[in-house]
Design a protein around this ligand. Structure first.
Ligand code: HSE
Length: 298
């Protein structure tokens, strides 16, 4: 009657797949505890690590939990404890971790009426109500693991993709907050045909690289001619950090989700460690505090 889970952080977009491509990280994430209660409804009993609302309707986990709970209307209630480790506005899927954790555990306590792909839809709806925009590129990898591609949104069609065994993600997380809504406000609603051709060529190349385990192809495909140019000014020293990552052997690097975190993908742990060191060196001069994570991709 009690479930404790780890809700992993995620990297959305990965340069070539804005709003459709995502990756699940290891070792960095929130903890959530769910308990059945005799009183019906969803309540949030405790939050640590972040200043977030306890009211169910104002909390991402609460909204996501209700979205699935209300479809079944069971004769028991559910109480949620949230222990946040992923900072809000960090670019590594903080609200998605809460939304994904909530739908996963409520589904378990309800006796698993829904598949994981259906859970992505609930989590996305929950996150959208609380954060203002509907995209599944963080909730999908959080629920399914590894890389995920949202092939389509209407209806939601999510594909999980296995990755080559020596792939590592490095994440530099500056301790500044960039709200996803602000980071989306700088984007343009239309792009040129030329940019679209570059972007979809790269996305196709990246997916092909995952299937064929071709690290060089992955690296060549990690480009972003659409979003990065409009967002990078929100992140101090972005170009320097990215260039240093590339010069030290990263396959590619870019903005993690809506930023301000910066990610790099690397082949092998040794390279990942070298890249992490180079990235931190080039961020230090900003004077902004930050932390680094290295995740093996599974
Ligand atoms: N794809 C989204 C964006 C992820 O870049 O705005 C942020 O949550």
């Amino acid at each position: 009657n009690e479930i404790k889970i780890f809700c992993p952080a995620t990297i959305a977009n990965l340069n070539c797949g804005f709003d459709v491509l995502g990756l699940c990280l290891e070792g960095i994430g929130d903890e959530m505890i769910f308990r059945k209660t005799s009183q019906k409804g969803i309540t949030i009993s405790k939050i640590t690590g972040a200043d977030l609302p306890l009211e169910t309707n104002k909390n991402v986990a609460g909204v996501a939990a209700l979205a699935i709970y209300n479809t079944i209307n069971p004769d028991f209630g559910i109480e949620i404890e949230i222990h946040k480790k992923i900072k809000a506005g960090s670019g590594i899927g903080s609200s998605s971790a809460s939304a994904a954790g909530a739908v996963f555990c409520v589904n378990e306590l309800l006796g698993k009426p829904y598949s994981k792909n259906q859970l992505v839809d609930f989590a996305m709806k929950g996150e959208a109500i609380a954060s203002g925009s509907e995209h599944a590129d963080n909730v999908a990898p959080c629920l399914l693991g590894g890389f995920t591609l949202v092939r389509g949104y209407n209806p939601l069609d999510v594909i999980r993709i296995d990755s080559p065994s020596e792939l590592f993600a490095v994440v530099l997380h500056p301790h500044i907050e960039v709200k996803t809504s602000d980071s989306r406000a700088v984007l343009k609603p239309e792009i040129s045909l030329k940019s679209a051709i570059t972007q979809w060529g790269n996305l196709g190349g990246f997916i092909a690289g995952l299937y064929t385990k071709d690290y060089n192809l992955l690296g060549r495909s990690l480009q972003d001619v659409v979003i990065e140019p409009l967002r990078k000014h929100l992140i101090p020293n972005f170009d320097l950090v990215k260039n240093n990552a590339l010069q030290n052997g990263a396959l590619g690097a870019g903005i993690s989700g809506a930023g301000p975190s910066i990610f790099a993908l690397c082949k092998g742990q040794e390279t990942a460690e070298k890249v992490a060191y180079a990235m931190s060196n080039s961020y230090q001069e900003t004077g902004i505090e930050f932390d680094m994570h290295i995740s093996k991709i599974n």
